[in-house]
Design a protein around this ligand. Structure first.
Ligand code: NAD
Length: 360
């Protein structure tokens, strides 16, 4: 029986439309082969939406997203919108989308593909085989806690304040996503905090520990964030799934991502309690290469694979897509950002065609 899914496409700005076009063709092919019917609807976000409607996230876009099974986003932003007031900037559209869909969990895999081991700045033996998933809490913690601001003291000095705060329910909901993610991977979850110093981290550790009995197939460990930063560089292969708060996750997910050495290869997913998640590459809109057929579409394609796995529960289709990416790299195809000696340099469209040849 054919399974059908409604997918909202948000190509956005810069290289966004180019990498999205490749990804849609790949999804259509996979759909035909695996009896999956995708109903695509394209909507505006970011600079493209500002130009068309004056708003970085038109109401209509949020409505379309909410009515879909998953949202596939490319990237937003560009120099021409940088001087607009904050509420009209492309980034504001992205934050509004996350808020509008209640996306509290950010999943960022850092996987070293064997063909790209030499792109890492670390030694081959350290990074070979690395396959980490960072689950970051996205809507709480110090970025949102109050009080926040820069205040004048009674003695006329300035005082900058942010507050790191987590409630038990906020920790529980991200913890459940992390345990469920670890279950779909190798069954190891490392919770990262600073419980030796911060009370908010002590509560974090208590609540994550209390969830563990519900997931007997997952082994839970804890690590302080300063140690986690060291261990990620020293021996990253020890990690499977990491769960952590907003601030620590912001930093550690970037560090984990750079183990791979190639921003054009990194997908991500942002999930809410219910309703559709947003699947998008980690990189931005790369205005410096936009419109030149130079973009690497693979992070976008791998974001579609995450969508198939986590939103649509189609692991076989996700495997097939990820395998196609591995095969085109094996065949020696490289876009400029991951190019190395004796490989075949191709543009965005040609990389898409190579993927289609592998899939059919
Ligand atoms: P960027 O990720 O767009 O680009 C950084 C560098 O990596 C550039 O040299 C770019 O050419 C290259 N690059 C990125 N993706 C690539 C790909 N798929 N293939 C080949 N090369 C690639 O980051 P930036 O330059 O700091 O930001 C550019 C714009 O993107 C800004 O307006 C920024 O606000 C926006 N941005 C958006 C997002 C998002 O949509 N989630 C994330 C980060 C930045």
């Amino acid at each position: 029986m054919t399974s059908s899914f409604r997918i909202t496409l948000l190509p956005g700005d810069g290289i966004g439309p180019e990498i999205m076009a490749v990804t849609v063709e790949v999804l259509k092919t996979i759909g035909r082969q695996m009896d999956l019917a995708f109903e695509f609807e394209t909507a505006l976000i970011g600079g493209a939406a500002i130009d068309a409607t004056g708003e970085p996230l038109p109401e209509e876009t949020l409505k379309i997203c909410k009515a879909s099974d998953a949202v596939l986003l490319a990237a937003i932003g560009g120099y021409q919108w940088d001087s607009l007031p904050r509420h009209q900037r492309p980034e504001t559209g992205l934050l509004a989308l996350r808020a509008g869909l209640g996306l509290f969990a950010n999943l960022r895999p850092a996987t070293i593909l064997p063909q790209l081991v030499d792109a890492s700045s670390l030694k081959r033996e350290v990074v070979e085989g690395v396959d980490i998933m960072v689950v970051r809490e996205l809507t709480g913690g110090i970025y949102f806690g109050s009080p926040k601001g820069i205040f004048e003291t009674e003695t006329g000095h300035k005082r900058g304040v942010n507050t790191m705060v987590y409630t038990d329910s906020e920790i529980d909901r991200i913890g459940k996503v992390a345990f469920a993610t670890a279950q779909k991977r190798r069954g190891q979850l490392c919770s990262v905090d600073k419980a030796n110093v911060l009370e908010v981290s002590q509560l974090w550790r208590d609540r994550i520990t209390a969830l563990a009995p519900d997931y007997p197939d997952v082994t839970l460990t804890h690590m302080y964030v300063d140690n986690a930063a060291m261990q990620l560089i020293r021996w990253p292969k020890q990690f499977d799934t990491i769960v952590t708060g907003n601030l620590f996750g912001d930093i550690l997910s970037d560090a984990a991502a750079m183990l791979t050495g190639s921003i054009g290869m990194l997908p991500s997913a942002s999930l809410g309690a219910d309703g559709p998640g947003v699947y998008e590459p980690v990189h931005g809109s790369a205005p410096d290469i936009a419109g030149q057929d130079k973009a690497n579409p693979l992070a976008q394609v791998l974001s579609a694979a995450m969508m198939l796995r986590y939103a649509l529960d189609q692991p076989a289709a996700a495997d097939r897509l990820e395998q196609a990416v591995t095969t085109v790299l094996d065949q020696g195809y490289r876009t400029g950002d991951i190019m190395s000696a004796s490989m075949t340099q191709v543009g965005c469209q040609a990389m898409g065609e190579a993927l289609l040849r592998v899939l059919v």
